[in-house]
Ligand binder design. Structure first.
Ligand SMILES: Cc1ncc(COP(=O)(O)O)c(C=O)c1O
Length: 302
């Protein structure tokens, strides 16, 4: 397969993703670039056969990786939750920077950074790579809003404390459920999903954080409920605080979410998308405020 140079994805394999072991020799980087279409994954890799591994999706705006350090911290946290070997974040960081740098310039790119448990029956060395590619266009979401449905995740909000082995709150490669709920949303005529705990608390989307507005107060579900700490949500909160708004991390019963003044899903890929309906009921959405917020976030990055 051939790509035009402007759109060709850049794939960097990370040879030395884990800490410990012999130090890098003079001139060694711990990563190398390969053709993005080369067959580089062993079919016995546990990331492929079991979804046993962790990942991050990073936005790249005008060549600069957004929230790189929070993404690296979250990757390390996820890896620790899966008992993967400790990662060498210096090597991983340099691999991400190189992958972004080597891509043809574009306003927005998306990086997938993946660390698997390695090949079944192998020596336990994780397989790791970072791939930079075009960012899917989400501009229509900001303009038109998104229809979401609330779906039961089947776990209580305190699952991370009661059953840590379920890995809720780790960003694992096992995203089949996160994809399945999107198909259920489509069957219900919606675009996306808010996961709800079995005891009635709003959690997050399958690939995004939830933000609710109550007057001048902006609330996101507290991250001790088996959900991810969103890097985009954190950037949104920093921007809102700079604009003089109050922000909070709280338990958010679904009834409160249904009574909110406005709702958004936030993620590295889409940035911030206003919700226009929840379970078929229209949600007020202020297109200008959403756009102003997105602009203010961009201005803070410059
Ligand atoms: C389950 C889940 N929650 C939240 C997020 C949002 O995280 P971020 O803003 O760091 O992309 C993601 C991102 O993919 C996700 O998969």
């Amino acid at each position: 397969m051939t790509d035009s140079p402007a759109s060709a994805p850049v794939l960097v394999l990370i040879d030395k993703a884990t800490a410990g072991g012999p130090p890098l020799a003079e001139g060694e980087t711990g990563w190398h670039v390969v053709d993005a279409h080369d067959p580089v994954i062993d079919v016995a890799d546990l990331g492929v056969t079991r979804g046993d591994g962790v990942f991050e999706g990073l936005g790249v705006a005008d060549g600069a990786i957004q929230a790189l350090e929070p993404h690296l911290r979250r990757l390390a946290r996820s890896a620790a939750m899966l008992d993967l070997p400790e990662l060498d974040l210096d090597v991983v960081r340099e691999a991400c920077l190189a992958s972004a740098r080597l891509h043809a310039p574009a306003p927005f790119l998306l990086q997938k950074l993946v660390v698997t448990r390695g090949v079944e029956g192998g020596d336990g060395t994780p397989t790791a790579w970072v791939r930079t590619d075009a960012m899917p266009d989400h501009s229509h979401e900001r303009r038109d809003g998104i229809a979401v449905v609330a779906l039961d995740r089947g776990y209580r909000h305190d699952v991370a404390q009661t059953s840590p082995w379920l890995l809720q709150g780790a960003k694992t490669l096992s995203y089949a459920v996160n994809k399945s709920v999107l198909r259920e949303a489509a069957r219900r005529g919606a675009d996306d999903v808010i996961f709800v705990s079995s005891d009635g608390y709003a959690l997050e989307g399958p690939s995004a954080s939830l933000i609710a507005r109550f007057g001048d107060r902006f609330v996101t579900p507290s991250t001790d409920q088996g959900i991810l700490e969103g890097t985009t949500q954190a950037a949104v909160f920093e921007t809102l605080e700079a604009l003089g708004h109050e922000t909070a991390y709280e338990l958010l019963p679904m009834e409160s979410v249904r009574a909110a003044d406005a709702l958004w899903l936030a993620s590295s890929g889409r940035q911030i998308s206003p919700i226009s309906s929840l379970d078929g009921v229209p949600v007020a959405f202020d297109r200008d405020f959403s756009q102003d917020l997105a602009d203010a976030m961009e201005a803070r990055r410059d």
